[in-house]
Design a protein around this ligand. Structure first.
Ligand SMILES: [Zn+2]
Length: 426
């Protein structure tokens, strides 16, 4: 689709989002967009990042003159040098989100071979040695790493710089990389972290077969209501950090053999009812691009008539268990066991080679699974039911990870579990 958002407006909205989710501070971080005429639109120096307005954005013209009421960010030199080194790039995000700063101050870059999607979105991450902020030397050091082909570059004792063909592309990379960093840190608290092999990555990056298209008739009021409800929960899931902007699929059953599912590449923070795909008898509504998970969701709906909603999501704490050999013990508090039961861990390969095995392993009695180095998969009898379980899963995982720094977790005993089952689950 043709992008018609003004660069200044795009930068203001993006900074508000980055600030809202604590991925930068009031004083740190800067964003830029290269315009079609070669001008660079950039966030200003020394203006409150929590309260930026369109008129605060500065335009630096190709001749070096500036337009706007502020000076450009003091880091303008490295933005300019990156654009010079990589003519195809159109947008840059620089910030100091804490998990990436943690890697930066340890002199490390996160390994994106943790997840297929992260590796395809971010590639291999580069590392630029320290230089004085705002200096030409820092600009040269960063641009050298971008010139070698990296799109994400860690800055030693500083933060990260991520670039993309356009702003959504750069933002997606930035958010995905911070997610990887957070997940690795959480998983490290549980023990050694498992990464995907090059062979596993190659097998998982093959395109899924295209579904045939069909022309849907007018939408019923039932379908319209489900579309609205599903979008509300997807946006809520993003705001609660249970989904990232470009990963995770949420679907709801419409009838026996049709369901609505989120579409790929749509921003989960702002998804609207017309951005869902209707799948009917295994075909997709004309012109829609359903999430890749739609084949798996259909298998689950076919096997389990009582299931009406399914979500694949990547909340950081639960996902950390998917990249660790540590088992998520749900016998922590009554709520966790009642909502989650025993959480299965399913092999990574099944997603690509045997989705029917995943569908067989999931039942209404065992509605949650972690898929190795991939995601959490949660079933529900309604959208709210699936969402609720996803929230309980993430809270439980976070509590267990936090407990690991306090002492040994003491799970509820067999008698307690039997009492819970007979009181709530029979
Ligand atoms: Zn900085």
């Amino acid at each position: 689709m043709r992008d018609i958002t003004h660069p200044a407006e795009r930068l203001v909205k993006a900074m508000a989002r980055i600030y809202q989710y604590r991925m930068t501070t009031t004083s740190g971080g800067n964003l830029s967009i290269r315009d079609t005429d070669g001008s660079i639109w950039i966030t200003p120096a020394r203006v409150d990042k929590g309260n930026l307005r369109v008129e605060d954005i500065v335009r630096v013209l190709p001749d070096g003159s500036t337009e706007g009421r502020h000076r450009p960010s003091s880091e303008f030199p490295f933005h300019q040098k990156i654009y010079q080194a990589r003519p195809e790039l159109g947008a840059i995000v620089h910030a100091h989100p804490v998990a990436l700063v943690a890697f930066s101050i340890c002199g490390q870059a996160p390994d994106t071979q943790l997840f297929t999607k992260a590796h395809s979105v971010c590639g291999d991450v580069g590392f630029a040695p320290y230089a004085l902020p705002g200096s030409n030397l820092l600009g040269e050091r960063i641009a050298t790493v971008f010139a070698a082909g990296h799109d994400c570059v860690m800055l030693e004792n500083h933060g990260v710089v991520v670039a993309g063909l356009d702003f959504p592309d750069a933002f997606r990379r930035f958010e995905t990389l911070e997610f990887v960093a957070k997940t690795v840190i959480k998983a490290r608290a549980l023990g050694p972290v498992r990464y995907l092999s090059t062979e596993q990555l190659a097998n998982s990056e093959m395109p899924t077969p295209e579904l045939e298209e069909f022309d849907p008739g007018p939408a019923s009021s039932h379908e319209r209501a489900l579309r609205r409800e599903l979008c509300e929960f997807i946006r809520r899931g993003y705001h609660q950090r249970l989904l990232t902007s470009n990963a995770g699929s949420f679907s709801v059953r419409v009838d026996d053999d049709s369901f609505l599912i989120s579409t790929s590449l749509v921003d989960r923070a702002t998804i609207s009812p017309d951005e869902l795909a209707l799948i009917q008898h295994g075909k997709r509504a004309r012109g829609t691009r359903p999430s890749r998970a739609c084949l798996l969701h259909r298998l689950i709906y076919q096997r389990h008539p009582e299931i009406h909603a399914i979500v694949n999501a990547t909340p950081v704490n639960a996902t950390a268990f998917s990249a660790s050999a540590a088992r998520l013990d749900t016998r922590t508090i009554p709520e966790s066991y009642i909502f989650l039961r025993d959480v299965a861990v399913l092999p990574f390969e099944w997603v690509y080679e045997a989705p029917e095995k995943i569908a067989d392993a999931m039942t209404p009695e065992f509605p949650i699974a972690l898929i190795e180095n991939d995601c959490a998969l949660v079933l529900g009898t309604t959208i709210l039911d699936a969402f609720d379980r996803l929230e309980v899963l993430e809270s439980t995982a976070e509590a267990v990870i936090l407990a690991s720094s306090i002492g040994e977790v003491q799970p509820m005993g067999e008698e307690v579990i039997e009492e819970l089952i007979s009181a709530f689950l029979k």
